[in-house]
Design a protein around this ligand. Structure first.
Ligand code: PRP
Length: 205
């Protein structure tokens, strides 16, 4: 959220209200041109698909998991991590040939699609967090999860077995809003894109 606010502010969106300590869930910019709502990551694609929000900022992992109908407009290049299959190092070779593999994950759709594509039969066990406990407790053989620094895996004796894809924050837009509010949305996307590109080029830190 901090990085999202940082990019929005650099793109000219006044986010002062958002940064004030409070339990409010929606805010207006001082000119009341933009309303911002705070929702859980998994709910961002839902609010955008239904047009409650014209635009949203959300991780690619959540987009892949939720499979909502919306436009992914920009890679915001923060929140970078990887979606991986991880497990005990000694299971590295065994699990590939093992006929029945249990996979613990917060991402059941991503995991199902990934293993389906590989033609591997797996049992998906949905967890809501701390999925590294899956192999540690014997609940699962492997996990599908995001890895950023790698510290959680390392400290729990797990390793990456396969990389599924790279993840970063994305700007998404409602399909109808893009047509109906094209000028305003495109202008904001252009401003945000400029900020992202400047940062990528190292002009602004
Ligand atoms: C995420 C992810 C890993 C950890 C990876 O969990 O599910 O557990 O971060 O980060 P690292 O590679 O930098 O160690 P999160 O912090 O979202 O908590 P959760 O497991 O309770 O969902």
């Amino acid at each position: 959220m901090e990085q999202a606010i940082d990019i929005l502010e650099a793109a000219g969106v006044d986010c002062r209200q958002l940064k004030e300590p409070s339990r409010k869930l929606f805010f207006f910019t001082p000119d009341r041109q933009i309303r911002m709502i705070l929702v859980k990551p998994n709910d961002v694609p839902t609010y955008v698909e239904y047009g409650i929000a014209d635009m949203g900022i959300v991780g690619k992992d959540t987009l892949l998991e939720e499979e909502r109908l919306l436009y992914e407009m920009l890679d915001l290049k923060f929140g970078r991590c990887k979606l991986v299959v991880a497990g005990f190092p000694e299971k590295r070779d065994v699990w590939i040939t093992h006929s029945h593999t249990r996979v613990a994950t917060k991402y059941p759709n991503i995991a199902r699609n990934y293993f389906l594509h590989k033609g591997k039969s797996v049992e998906i066990i949905k967890l809501n967090g701390s999925v590294e406990l899956g192999p540690l407790t014997g609940l699962s053989d492997v996990i599908v999860d995001i890895v950023e620094s790698g510290r959680t895996l390392k400290e729990n004796g797990l390793v990456i077995l396969e990389e599924i894809c790279s993840v970063s924050a994305r700007l998404v837009v409602n399909r109808v809003s893009l047509k109906m509010k094209n000028r305003e949305i495109k202008a904001l996307i252009d401003d945000i894109q400029r900020v992202v590109e400047e940062r990528e080029n190292g002009k602004v830190n």
